[in-house]
Design a protein around this ligand. Structure first.
Ligand code: ZN
Length: 285
């Protein structure tokens, strides 16, 4: 096992994020998603230069809109994961049937565009419903990457947790699905994306200097390398966000810095999930 594993992951939301959860109809707002296609091309070039295999979580709508880019991602040897169809928050889908419908719609689109059948899932907006874990297992997924119960150590997902406001939280049994945890800290979107939606809606100042984010991400990695041997450093980025010039330069510097540490390997999230699966017997079933 590597002393440290780095997984670069990219959520290729493109236009789906804007017309889906953000409800955009203005061509200007929609064009911010369109920039995701430009960013995706830049990232493919960067990953090729660096010889790094990465993971792209692609919405079905993105696969239908930009099938040639999604094909190029797959042909370059990167992993493609499921990310909803129109970036639907599973909680908002309300029923198990509706959530299953969207899961299948996303699978069909990824198959149509690139002939891939993903084993990894990242929930749009990182929300999961009480049905999500069961549905993922029902459709052959091997890992999820939407939860935040740890930072650098994968763990087994659970079902049937019970919330009791008058007593301890009751953890349900573990199931055969690996969690590759994420955090907002290691996500480019809140750091960088300037966002003001209708009065009273979502608001994010974003527009951080790359140097600030570079400092946070570098120190998170330094801590993991020192204190969590065997840890997995999962960065979540978006082609429409990280694909801007100064942020690409920051990412290149960060890659070089992480490579300067001893025993660091870069893999897809799926490969890291499988490594955890094989090394860690599941308890608490
Ligand atoms: Zn997304």
């Amino acid at each position: 096992m590597s002393r440290a594993t780095v997984c670069l992951t990219f959520d290729f939301d493109a236009i789906s994020l804007w017309i889906g959860p953000f409800g955009a109809t203005s061509p200007s707002m929609i064009s911010r998603g369109e920039f995701g296609a430009v960013g995706a091309r830049r990232l493919l070039a960067l990953l090729d230069r660096e010889q790094i295999p990465a993971t792209f979580f692609v919405t079905g709508h993105t696969a239908d809109t930009y099938p040639e880019i999604v094909r190029d991602i797959a042909e370059a040897g990167h992993e493609i994961g499921h990310h909803g169809y129109l970036h639907e928050n599973p909680i908002a889908l309300e029923t198990r049937d509706r959530e299953r419908e969207v899961l299948l719609k996303g699978l069909d689109a990824l198959d149509r565009a690139a002939g891939v059948r993903p084993v990894g899932y990242r929930s749009p907006s990182w929300d999961t419903s009480p049905y999500t874990v069961d549905l993922l297992r029902e459709h052959g997924f091997r890992y999820d990457s939407s939860l935040m119960g740890d930072d650098f150590t994968p763990y087994w997902c659970r079902t049937g947790d019970q919330i009791d406001p008058d007593g301890p939280y009751r953890f349900g049994p573990t199931v055969d699905l690996v969690e590759m945890p994420v955090s907002w800290l290691l996500d480019d979107f809140p750091h960088f994306e300037y966002l003001v939606l209708r009065p009273g809606g979502l608001r994010n100042p974003g527009l951080s200097a790359g140097s600030k984010v570079e400092e946070i991400w570098s120190d998170e990695f330094a801590y993991m390398h020192r204190d969590v041997p065997g840890g997995v450093f999962t960065l979540t980025m978006h082609p429409q966000v990280i694909g801007r010039g100064h942020r690409i330069l920051m990412l290149e510097r960060l890659i070089a810095r992480m490579r300067s540490y001893e025993g660091v390997s870069f893999t897809t999230l799926g490969a890291a999930a499988d490594a955890y699966r094989h090394a860690t017997p599941r308890t608490g079933a």
